[in-house]
Design a protein around this ligand. Sequence first.
Ligand code: GRF
Length: 204
Amino acid sequence: SRLVVLVSGSGTNLQALLDAIDAHPGGAEGFGAEVVAVGADRANIAGLERAEKAGIPTFVCPVKDYGSREEWDAALTEATDAHAPDLVVSAGFMKIVGKNFIDRFGGRFVNTHPALLPAFPGAHGVRDALAYGAKVTGCTVHFVDSGVDTGPIIAQGVVEIRDGEDEAALHERIKEVERQLLVDVVGRLARHGYRIEGRKVTIQ
Ligand code: GRF
């Protein structure tokens, strides 16, 4: 499968995918997927540097460069489509895509979120779980639908919250689980194919 990965920040989830593909005895063929491009909503982020270091084409679509959110969504859709992805992976992409993108890639667009959806959706899932006093949190890999973090869940990983832990420390411990979960899920989706029926995801 051809993967396009969307990032907005450090790109450690992207790096986990790249490392897993490189480490696979059969390479991209064996893993079942290759990252053919990396897209971002902003320049000068580590995620783009990681792609460049790996010799992977990148594209940047800053919202402020477009006359409207809808025009940005259309541009992001075209920039992504130019790489003919089989699967699009949002790995720390911090923008909500619009109708153009979902119409084009819905059903083959996964996101990773640092909380146990449906708990704590949105841009501050780690902070919200901590503030709520939750005892466990974790991460969720799901298909993206037209809502915010509401699509069918593929897999989840649980992380205990430690007393007095701050957001950064908790987020780093979540990311250790999240990176493994994302690599496992993307590899299985790519190698075995899958079906989505309502909220149920079946990986063949
Ligand atoms: C991940 O925890 C992702 O779930 C969240 O932001 C983080 C991105 O981390 N949306 P990285 O850019 O992959 O290091």
